[in-house]
Design a protein around this ligand. Structure first.
Ligand code: NAD
Length: 398
């Protein structure tokens, strides 16, 4: 395709295209956040597998492992390449930029654009690790998916974001029109709960670890981490106690099983890391959460505590996963990267303002405009330093 000028296209709030230069800039900024940290390159991981590696927490993890540790990474994701005049998805451009910079810096990277839930993905990863890498010492599981085709039965499961047991009424931002609206969400059926657990629960994580263990491709002391969220009470009916929360409880249970296997076989371990709420494609889709995400950064920034996705992963990788670092956990064995978000003073600020927010004062009382801008920046738009009037090549290769 000849180069084209790419302007943001949206369906309601969602961006349906992406800007390759903007995505490249996002990756550059994340690499800088890692390489500019004092202390230089760490030791602690050499070969890293990231499942869900193209956006959000998975991409930030991959960048932290690559530029923070010099690790060789295999990234697994499900993204759309460019098709004629249609741009590729943001995660595709992010990964193309990731490879460009890894090549520049002499760092090995391999990527698989496949359905991570399939047996074929596991077989292909095993092949790549066997031929091009060494035994894996860290597996990051960072998938966020609306659906899963079960590899053994072929059954298709769709995940839902609903409360469980009783309806939930609160306020949310209707992102399509930027209005604060009351919202009532009807409870999920038992089937919907089970289906969400099948998609976002721990079964696939365990299948990955079993496949790698079976192939003898996990290193002595190998560790694996899956990401989770708990959040404050205001979001519990839709998150912690909702369908997605049931899936996350299943991930906790899988962590205990995987931990026992890795301890016994390799002296390694499995953990769930509870990360802070950040703006990603996955989190913005959860009702009520965008309003919370418009208030949280204000409460954190006023105390000098705010972290974006890459800053969270820098702290996780440097403070918990470097050689000599100790993984401290809560009583349930989870790493708590949400410690700053969950501070009582931070949450008190949010609960104080929450009832007062209306459509009229949304832009004064909350950082909604920053939230909007951050969401668009996930697709490479509204970034400083990118010339959006210049034509760009959209059909890039990974
Ligand atoms: P995201 O939407 O930015 O990333 C999801 C990743 O999964 C992408 O790389 C995508 O390509 C990949 N993916 C989706 N379906 C796939 C499939 N079938 N096969 C292969 N790859 C697939 O999401 P995120 O917000 O970074 O979430 C990642 C994890 O972090 C989730 O477990 C989420 O619950 C957790 N988490 C997120 C937040 C938050 O605020 N965003 C907070 C805490 C924990």
């Amino acid at each position: 395709m000849p180069e084209q000028i790419i302007k943001r296209k949206s369906r309601g709030f969602i961006c349906i295209n992406a800007h390759p230069e903007g995505c490249r800039q996002n990756v550059t900024r994340q690499i800088e956040a890692i390489t500019s940290a004092p202390g230089g390159r760490r030791a602690g991981m050499r070969n890293v597998l990231v499942i869900g590696a193209s956006t959000g927490y998975g991409l930030a993890s991959r960048i932290a492992a690559t530029w923070g540790f010099g690790a060789r990474t295999l990234g697994v994701f499900f993204e759309r390449p460019a098709d004629g005049v249609k741009t590729a998805s943001a995660g595709y451009y992010n990964t193309a930029a990731f490879h460009e910079f890894a090549r520049r810096d002499g760092l090995f990277a391999a990527s698989m654009n496949v359905d991570a839930f399939s047996d074929a993905a596991k077989a292909q990863a095993i092949e790549i690790i066997r031929k091009e890498m060494s035994r894996i010492d860290l597996v990051i599981y960072s998938l966020a998916s609306p659906k899963r085709v079960h590899p053994r039965t072929g059954q298709v499961f769709n995940s839902t974001l609903k409360p469980v047991g009783k309806p939930f009424t609160n306020k949310t931002i209707d992102l399509d029109v930027g209005k604060v609206m009351p919202v009532t969400l009807e409870p999920a059926s038992e089937q919907e709960v089970a289906d969400t657990v099948a998609v976002m629960g721990g079964e696939d994580w365990e299948m990955w670890i079993d496949a790698l263990l079976g192939a003898g491709l996990l290193a002595q002391g190998a560790r694996t981490i899956a990401y989770s969220y708990i959040g404050p009470e205001v979001t519990w009916p839709i998150y912690r106690d909702g369908t997605i929360g049931q899936a996350k409880k299943d991930v906790d249970a899988a962590a205990h099983r995987i931990d026992a296997k890795l301890k016994a076989k390799l002296g390694g371990g499995a953990h769930v890391s509870v990360n802070k709420a950040v703006v990603t494609q996955a989190s913005s889709a959860i009702p009520v959460v965008p309003l919370y995400l418009s208030l949280l950064p204000m409460a954190l920034k006023s105390r000098g505590l705010d972290e974006g996705t890459i800053e969270q992963m820098r702290r996780l990788f440097f403070d918990y996963l470097s050689d000599g670092a100790k993984i401290s956990t809560d009583e349930a064995g989870r790493i708590r990267m949400d410690d700053r978000e969950m501070r009582a003073d931070v949450q008190t600020d949010i609960t104080r303002v929450w009832p007062e927010v209306t459509t009229e004062n949304l832009r004064q009382l909350t950082a909604y405009e920053d939230f909007q801008c951050e969401f668009r920046s996930l697709f490479g738009f509204e970034l400083e330093g990118v010339d959006y009037d210049a034509p760009v090549e959209t059909d890039v290769q990974i």
